[in-house]
Design a protein around this ligand. Structure first.
Ligand SMILES: NC(=O)c1ccc[n+]([C@@H]2O[C@H](COP(=O)([O-])OP(=O)(O)OC[C@H]3O[C@@H](n4cnc5c(N)ncnc54)[C@H](OP(=O)(O)O)[C@@H]3O)[C@@H](O)[C@H]2O)c1
Length: 184
């Protein structure tokens, strides 16, 4: 695992993948899973999220109660402190912004509960996975064949644990929640 010297918090990937590790079509997600959205909110609330500009635009607005740290090479985006929306030009700057956001907003006694979440999409997962010691993964019981891929997970390097399985309905497919911890 790679480490950024100045970072003080665990970096965790959160993602939903199909059985063939597709995460979206490039513009949007390909499923609507109410239980997954609830889980995602409860896991990430009060923490900073790092995401790519395309993912941010696909969500359409900053997610409340979290820092929305958006990677872009463009200059025309403006930070909005009220909405907790921050644009950065590199992954290192994103992690620095995430650390500063936690330091400014929370008490020292709360630091040990804080995590930095890698929120996608494909480009950001690809550059950030090597810095993560944990993956919160939702496995959706569909095969999609084409779309944006999650990077390869080398199963030898991770220990995975099943948390819960949700049966599908006529509105959404079956899916399961997994936690991957990086082996030392
Ligand atoms: N299933 C899931 O859990 C999940 C989660 C999140 C997203 N998604 C899906 O993923 C898809 C989008 O993924 P994507 O790979 O196409 O795009 P993305 O990773 O969301 O965003 C890519 C953009 O991020 C910026 N960027 C990337 N690397 C950078 C770097 N090193 N420095 C500065 N900026 C950088 C660039 O923005 P500029 O072009 O502005 O320079 C680039 O175009 C969508 O379909 C979305 O729904 C799925």
């Amino acid at each position: 695992m790679k480490v950024l010297q100045k970072n003080k918090f665990p970096i965790v990937t959160i993602v939903a993948v199909s059985k063939d590790f597709i995460i979206g079509d490039g513009k949007k997600m390909l499923w609507h899973l109410p239980n997954d959205l609830k889980r995602l909110k409860s896991i990430t609330l009060g923490n900073p999220l790092i995401m790519g500009r395309k993912t941010f635009e696909s969500i359409g607005k900053p997610l409340q109660g979290r820092a929305n740290i958006i990677l872009t090479n463009q200059n025309n985006f403006k930070n909005d402190v009220q909405l907790e929306k921050y644009f950065v030009k590199s992954f290192e700057d994103a992690v620095t912004q995430a650390n500063n956001w936690i330091f400014n907003k929370y008490k020292k006694s709360e630091y040990n509960t804080k995590k930095i979440f890698i929120f996608g999409g494909g480009e950001i997962y690809k550059l950030a996975l090597c810095f993560c010691n944990k993956i919160e993964l939702t496995l959706v019981d569909v095969k999609l064949k084409k779309g944006v891929l999650f990077p390869h997970i080398d199963e030898k390097k991770w220990k995975k644990r099943l948390i819960q399985t949700i049966q599908g309905t006529e509105n959404y497919p079956s899916h399961s929640f997994w936690v991957y911890n990086r082996k030392n």
